[in-house]
Design a protein around this ligand. Sequence first.
Ligand SMILES: [Zn+2]
Ligand SMILES: [Zn+2]
Length: 191
Amino acid sequence: MAETLGFACACGKLRGEVTDVSPAAYTNIVCHCADCRSAYTHLGLADPEKVGILQTTQDRIRIAEGGENLRLFRLSSKGALRWFATCCNTPLFYTPTKARAVHVGVNADRLDRPEAVGPVTAEAFIPAGAGKTRNRGMGRMVGRWLTRMAAKNLNGEWRGSPFFDAEGAPRVPPQVLSREERAAALMRVSR
Ligand SMILES: [Zn+2]
Ligand SMILES: [Zn+2]
């Protein structure tokens, strides 16, 4: 029997579950990049310094309550979709802009049992001194993403997403941050 994990925003209004938790369907990663961190600082939260992300496909996300509080922004006009709960300004997910990419990152800090997702197998943008960064496990991570994407597109399962409608448009329109807003969010990310 596949496992299910609960998630909720900080105030608990928006809640749901991620289904079918298994090593095959999920990749547990940590990202140190400024974009993932500025998704927090833009919402008025402290710089988390690194962000734990459970990667899977969008059809495995069920929003049970409070879905009307789900909104999104993009850090720039080319940025990924950053989904958050408006009730308490909690970052929850990121997705690519295209529904057929099927990919979603769930913020591990919102899961009720983050330890159940197993060990971190990839880490991105690890600070390596002198402004340099290094990665580990990225080839495997991307490979798993592409394998899932191919399978879900083959089955037409990219349509079962709580984030995009059947035409592939985001269910709520994204807000693109102004240059000033993006700069302000980045300024609060320590390097
Ligand atoms: Zn909330
Ligand atoms: Zn990142």
